[in-house]
Design a protein around this ligand. Structure first.
Ligand code: HEC
Ligand code: HEC
Ligand code: HEC
Length: 161
């Protein structure tokens, strides 16, 4: 009886580990799903350590977590424009692509991870000519779309970049 029970347990134990193994193997990362193809940045390093940037770039960028809008403090180092200057992706005609193109640097991981950002409603998503400065000092803001700059006029910022 005891031996039959242990045989049974062994069998079920084996089944359990097989089930776990199978579910691990069918997890996306093992199923050969394409990993994001992240375009390489210009130069030999990012503004911060690459691993830090992978995990924490949003902390450097998000308005509510930085001082730019609240106190008019701007550091060029973590400026979105600088990010896009180094992380520009060119198409076959050697033209910088915008965030409308899935190959855009910022979309490489975001599409993969289903992250949505609204940044490019207001900010240009590719480097370009500086637009004329306005009285609100928002000269560096050059939205991709016509409906950009929503609410930007009401934001108080020190001076133009
Ligand atoms: C409603 C319009 C609007 C949206 C949406 C928006 N911004 Fe801004 N952002 C501004 C304005 C206006 C400024 C101040 C203008 C300036 O500094 O030249 C600014 C400044 C910044 C700055 C500092 C200046 C610079 O050039 O780097 C960063 C960084 C920034 N935004 C990042 C982001 C990110 C990241 C997102 C998306 C999560 C975002 N913004 C979404 C309007 C917007
Ligand atoms: C001087 C050029 C330069 C600037 C400015 C710059 N980067 Fe980078 N960035 C790089 C380089 C080079 C790498 C490293 C690529 C690698 O290791 O393969 C990198 C790596 C990254 C990575 C990780 C990519 C990966 O392969 O996993 C992220 C995310 C990133 N940068 C975001 C940003 C953001 C956001 C900004 C603006 C705050 C920014 N970078 C500014 C050059 C730059
Ligand atoms: C190496 C992959 C990778 C690259 C490249 C990348 N991101 Fe991200 N980003 C992520 C991931 C993953 C998240 C979600 C993190 C989370 O939810 O904790 C994220 C989140 C964000 C967020 C916060 C969104 C929110 O609502 O909380 C912002 C803002 C952001 N990214 C901006 C950018 C910008 C701008 C670029 C291009 C300059 C960029 N990212 C490039 C991986 C990346």
């Amino acid at each position: 009886m005891a031996t039959r029970l242990s045989a049974l347990l062994q069998r079920y134990g084996l089944l359990a580990s097989l089930t776990i193994l199978l579910s691990v193997m069918s997890a996306p990362v093992f199923a050969g799903a394409p990993l994001p193809d992240i375009p390489k940045g210009k130069g030999d390093k990012c503004v911060e350590d690459t691993q830090f940037m992978r995990e924490s770039h949003m902390d450097l960028l998000l308005h509510q977590r930085d001082d730019t809008l609240r106190r008019g403090i701007r550091t060029k180092k973590h400026s979105l424009k600088e990010c896009l200057a180094c992380h520009v992706v060119k198409d076959s005609n050697n033209q910088a692509i915008s965030a409308a193109n899935p190959k855009h640097f910022c979309r490489a991981c975001h599409d993969y991870a289903s992250v949505n950002i609204d940044c490019f409603d207001c900010h240009a998503s590719k480097p370009g000519k500086k637009s004329a400065s306005t009285s609100t000092g928002l000269g560096s803001i050059k939205p991709d779309s016509e409906f950009g700059l929503v609410g930007a006029d009401s934001l108080k910022v020190g001076d133009a970049l």
